[in-house]
Design a protein around this ligand. Structure first.
Ligand code: LLP
Length: 419
């Protein structure tokens, strides 16, 4: 459930009139509902009430500092995948002992920074990374807490580009190598084995692949314990899907939690979760204005001022996003291709979308854009990064402002020989 709804025919974010917001902030802009962010975190956390569980929000989904601060104030930990995300999480007030560090390509500097910060655990993705962490930690006379991310070879995920748990994927340690690598880890002076980690994909709309993978991991934990390994934590990753208005309706967090409690009850571990999309996805919209209506030979195009550089999901993953007119309109629908200004045919948000007629100047809201929206944006076509706005009840604040042209180009310089 989110807090974007019509009141007297006008779309509001909580108690803020989006038409007025667009006039003040300009378009395109991302608009997030703080109440929705808090609600999603609580729904997820409450589903595991009574279990020893840490919700480590996956920072990659939306890493704006104000968003992180909101979630940190609700007690969230953080799942980070870079030194930059680690710095963001700490700056936003996430306690280091609630931070896990995932990712296949951690650099030496990033590993050192995370050891110094005192994070909860590294989710280690290869033998080579394990050796690197061991060496860096020993050098600092520390022991780095680790879990191995094991690859359970289970297919899941809303799109081939966001499936991670198959053996041909680059993620995790091969299932067949896991026990040997745990034995090696236990012999290393610079690492302390804490647990096991997995993450099988994103936008998963069915409990079955989760249950298959989590059951499999339970078997591995039993094997590791019989090998003499102490396993205290089990990180089950993220991946729970959200409703985008098309396709299957994903399970409710309560059902997800019920299955997990059942499968993990005998294991006696602290559970860690890394939800991203489930927290931020439906807490944000991309607010955009119609620039032109173009009658093509075969189609009608709505050309809006947001582009694929602002929200790449439709172009990159063929993702479906609902698009709502900001002024409610019950006129008979007509079909549009809704496109952006970027010079690429893939700069299309929707194809043959039935909408009540719109005209230049009208506002639209691209829904479910709070996760993997702003964070994946770019300045392609030298389009300035767009503002992000946080709504709280009847108030709103710009939490990332639009950079000027000078700021956009500030890091560029010309060598002397160009005169
Ligand atoms: N943990 C790990 C190790 C991950 O790789 C991811 C997402 C998550 C947690 C969070 O997954 P979530 O709960 O958000 O599904 N850009 C794509 C999604 C990429 C997901 C990458 N990893 C999209 O827009 O659909």
């Amino acid at each position: 459930m989110h807090h974007f709804a019509y009141r007297d025919g006008k779309l509001f974010a909580e108690d803020v009139d989006l038409t007025a917001l667009a006039d003040t902030v300009g378009t395109p802009a991302y608009v997030y509902s703080e109440a929705t962010l808090r609600r999603h975190l609580r729904v997820f956390a409450d589903a595991f009430a009574g279990a020893d569980a840490l919700v480590a929000y996956s920072v990659k989904a939306n890493s704006n500092l104000a968003v992180l601060k909101t979630l940190a104030s609700e007690g969230a930990g953080a799942d980070v995948v870079s030194g930059g995300e680690l710095q963001r999480a700490i700056a936003a007030g996430v306690a280091p002992e609630k931070i896990v560090f995932s990712g296949v390509g951690k650099t030496g500097d990033e590993i050192a920074a995370a050891i110094d910060a005192g994070i909860l655990q590294f989710n280690v993705e290869s033998a080579a990374e394990l050796a690197t962490i061991d060496a860096i930690a020993q050098n600092r006379k520390r022991q780095a807490p680790i879990a191995l991310r094991v690859n359970p070879d289970v297919a899941a995920g809303g799109h081939e580009k966001i499936s991670t748990g198959k053996k041909e994927d680059k993620f995790g340690v091969a299932w067949a190598d896991a026990r040997d690598l745990y034995a090696k880890a236990r012999a290393m002076k610079g690492v302390a084995v804490k647990g096991v980690d997995l993450h099988i994909g994103s936008q998963i709309d069915d409990l079955a692949p989760f249950e298959t993978a989590f059951t499999k991991i339970g078997g591995l934990i039993a094997d590791l314990r019989s090998d003499g390994c102490t396993i205290e934590t089990l990180d089950l990753g993220g991946g729970l899907g959200i409703p985008y208005g098309e396709g299957a309706v994903p399970p409710h967090p309560d059902d997800y939690a019920e299955m997990i409690k059942r499968v993990t009850a005998p294991l006696n571990v602290k559970l860690i979760f890394e939800p991203g999309r489930m927290i931020a996805g439906n807490a944000g919209i991309l607010l955009s204005r119609v620039l032109y209506v173009k009658e093509g030979e075969e189609k009608k195009f709505l050309i809006i001022d947001a582009g694929m550089n602002d929200l790449v999901r439709p172009a990159m993953y063929d993702a479906f996003h609902e698009i709502w007119p900001v002024a409610e309109n019950n006129a008979e629908k007509t079909k549009y291709d809704i496109v952006g200004p970027v010079c690429e045919s893939s700069d299309r948000f929707a194809r043959d979308r039935a909408m009540a007629p719109l005209k230049a100047g009208d506002l639209v809201a691209i829904m479910s854009a709070g996760a993997y929206g702003a964070v994946q944006s770019s300045q392609y076509n030298t389009r300035a990064l767009i503002p992000e706005v946080l709504v709280n009840g009847g108030q709103f604040a710009v939490i990332r402002r639009r950079p000027t042209f000078e700021e956009t180009t500030a890091l560029e310089s010309s060598p002397d020989w160009l005169g």
